[in-house]
Design a protein around this ligand. Structure first.
Ligand SMILES: [Zn+2]
Length: 273
């Protein structure tokens, strides 16, 4: 496994990319931070969620700033409403702009896949785990939003299976990455949550569930996703873990838990070029 995303700083703007994805030259992509935007208050500065406590004009300006850096036309962005489930949608050029400049009919979906160039996929985060996928041989990309519910439902492994079944990908070739999200240092849950992981992961759950005092547990969602990737057939050297906790780093990241819901949205963005 590889550890660490690359941080890029351009004036006030800061964003991250995945070194193994950069090396392919096939994608424009990033994970955003809160630095470099125009939003104020709880959404300061680079909020990318239209559903947050922010002005619409600010969010659009923030998208313009980051997409300009990535050389992506922000009017083309495609996104779904995310509902913490395991549905994954096939996206094509006909979907361009859905969610952004026209109403999205990509509903109840947490994962997006495409094999078409120039179709920028976007998923939203403020603690949940961003999963990135790239098959540089078949030229297929995917993003999946994997909070604890998505991780319990194994949306990561399901995304890989869909790439294999519907796009002819070989798991030997698929590069994966796990972006900044809430770490085991801060992700505390009660027994009913743990129960779902034990049901779906069996004995493997013991590798990422940490018992704390009382009826409390911490979950290492990154490790749970690594286990999924390994079991789906992804090579260890094709997994990159950002290893950054959104709750820990208030300067850089929005965190739903830390900010008690009063926060902005970060994005994973990727497009085949
Ligand atoms: Zn933390």
């Amino acid at each position: 496994m590889k550890t660490g995303f690359k941080h890029h700083m351009e004036d006030a703007l800061e964003y991250l990319t995945i070194p193994s994805f950069d090396e392919t030259g096939l994608v424009a992509h990033c994970f955003t931070t809160r630095k470099g935007g125009v939003s104020e208050g709880e959404c300061k500065n680079l909020n990318l969620g239209y559903n947050r406590n922010d002005r619409k004009e600010n969010v659009t300006e923030n998208f313009r700033i980051i997409m300009n850096q990535l050389n992506i036309n922000y009017n083309d962005l495609v996104f779904s409403n995310q509902v913490h489930k395991d549905e994954i949608a096939n996206i094509t050029a006909t979907d361009k702009g859905k969610g952004m400049i026209k109403e999205s009919d990509i509903l109840e979906v947490d994962g997006l896949i495409t094999n078409q160039k120039g179709v920028p996929l976007v998923t939203f985060y403020a603690d949940c785990v961003p999963l990135f996928f790239l098959d540089p041989v078949k030229c297929v990309i995917a993003l999946s939003h994997s909070g604890w519910r998505g991780t319990a439902k194994m949306i990561g492994a399901k995304t890989i299976m869909k790439m294999v079944k519907e796009y002819g990908c070989n798991t030997d070739n698929i590069l994966t990455a796990i972006g900044p999200s809430i770490g085991k240092c801060h992700f505390e849950v009660d027994a009913p949550v743990i129960e779902q992981f034990h049901q779906n992961y069996g004995q493997d759950a013991n590798k990422f569930v940490i018992k704390k005092d009382g009826n409390k547990y911490h979950i290492d969602l990154w490790q749970a996703n690594i286990i999924q990737f390994n079991q789906a057939g992804i090579k260890d050297e094709h997994i990159t873990l950002a290893n950054e906790c959104t709750f820990c780093d208030e300067e850089l990241y929005f965190s739903h838990r830390r900010d008690k819901g009063k926060t902005g949205s970060l994005c994973a963005i990727m497009q085949l070029v």
